[in-house]
Design a protein around this ligand. Structure first.
Ligand SMILES: Nc1ncnc2c1ncn2[C@@H]1O[C@H](COP(=O)(O)OP(=O)(O)OP(=O)(O)O)[C@@H](O)[C@H]1O
Ligand SMILES: [Mg+2]
Length: 355
């Protein structure tokens, strides 16, 4: 058992720069937690606090029931993969992978066995004699991953380990990684600003913005029930549409439709409606809630087209994903608004309202 717990962690560099604000998270054995957020939101700083590379200003880091605040990084039994790989240039891949085991004075045969096993899993066998300078970025990245795997630590920390790979290789290594960490059954904390990585790899995602955890939940929950407008806009591609609407009684007014505000108590005078482009479809005559408009831009995505529509009698634009079987440019279209898939947010705070 090596549960990782963070209790009310703060990091202050000065009164202005506070990249980690009151972060509390738990990561169980075998759980893959991704810290997801835009550049500068405090992801790497939080990881460095867990690793002990930076002291926390306030709060506790607990690994397997032990408070490690005062334990130096080398004694925390953590394996960290850095974005920059941090390989030793004078060592070949095998030596790089086994270096921590050698420091632990592990017998040579055992080191060799573990290095070969990790290399096999990451398809590095043929590269073990090469130095980092003789390898591609993707190969170096996999050596850095193998080096973390052989250590058998209590916790894995990974800081954007796939960011230097091309799209295809990233997809391959991502799948390998998911399998490898499943076998390890240890807590993993993974940092990325790539939402696809976060969604595909994680058992839970913590969306970070301005040093604050905005939402901590399984990926699917984050997608279907974003806790606030920031999360809703950050997760999902193409991005969710947001429209500010006036409220009347228990409804929000969009063109000719009065959309019922179910489960919302104390209806405000205005509210933000969120709709994902993939949740909009062409309306049939039976659809009760629709919006009408004219297509002014079509972006081809291959499988579908991303259509931009100017909504009639307003200056609103909205984007929808529609089939590729028709040339939409200039068309007048009617889109159904699926009540089950509408998201509502507070105009002032951006917090989710309703269910
Ligand atoms: N040593 C430091 N001294 C002062 N400010 C720092 C220091 N290290 C980081 N910061 C600031 O803390 C904030 C968070 O930085 P951090 O590196 O954690 O961001 P990040 O989420 O990892 O971003 P990226 O996705 O770009 O890697 C930034 O505003 C950064 O400028
Ligand atoms: Mg970073």
């Amino acid at each position: 058992m090596a549960k990782l717990e963070l209790h009310n962690l703060y990091k202050k560099y000065d009164s202005q720069v506070i990249p980690v604000k009151n972060v509390s998270l738990e990561v169980e054995d075998g759980e893959f937690l991704t810290l997801l957020g835009p550049s500068g939101c405090g992801k790497s700083t939080l990881l460095r606090l867990i690793a002990g590379l930076e002291p926390a200003t306030e709060g506790k880091v607990i690994i397997g029931d032990k408070n490690v605040n005062r334990v130096p990084p080398g004694d925390r039994n953590i394996a960290m993969v850095f974005q920059s790989y941090a390989l030793y240039p004078h060592m070949n891949a095998a030596e790089n992978i086994g270096t921590a085991l050698k420091l632990r004075k592990m017998p040579k045969e055992e080191i060799n066995r573990r290095v070969r096993e990790a290399a096999q899993k990451l398809e590095l066998n043929h590269l073990l004699d090469r130095k980092p300078g003789q390898m591609s970025g993707g190969q170096r990245q996999r050596v850095a991953l193998a080096r973390a795997l052989v250590r058998d630590p209590e916790v894995f920390l990974l800081d954007e380990p796939l960011s230097n790979l091309d799209a295809l290789l990233r997809e391959q290594v991502r799948a390998q990684m998911k399998q490898l960490f499943k076998e390890q059954n240890k807590p993993v904390v993974y940092v990325t600003h790539d939402q696809t990585e976060a969604m595909t790899l994680s058992s839970k995602v913590a969306v970070l913005y301005d040093g604050i955890v905005q939402q901590h939940a399984p990926p699917n929950r984050i997608y279907t029930h974003p806790a606030n407008q920031f999360v809703a806009g950050f997760v999902g591609s193409p991005q969710m549409n947001f429209i500010t609407l006036k409220c009347e009684g228990n409804t929000a007014i969009l063109g000719k439709s009065a959309l019922p505000l179910v489960d919302i108590t104390n209806v405000p005078s205005r509210i933000v409606l969120g709709i994902r482009p993939e949740d909009l479809h062409l309306a049939t005559p039976e659809d009760e809630y629709v919006l009408q408009g004219k297509v002014f831009l079509v972006e081809e995505l291959g499988k579908e087209n991303l259509i931009s529509i100017k909504v009639d009698d307003s200056d609103l634009t909205i984007r929808a994903l529609l089939p590729t079987d028709r040339n939409w440019e200039g068309d007048k279209i009617r889109l159904a608004l699926p009540l089950q898939q509408l998201h509502w947010f507070d105009v002032e705070t951006g917090a989710r309202v309703g269910k």
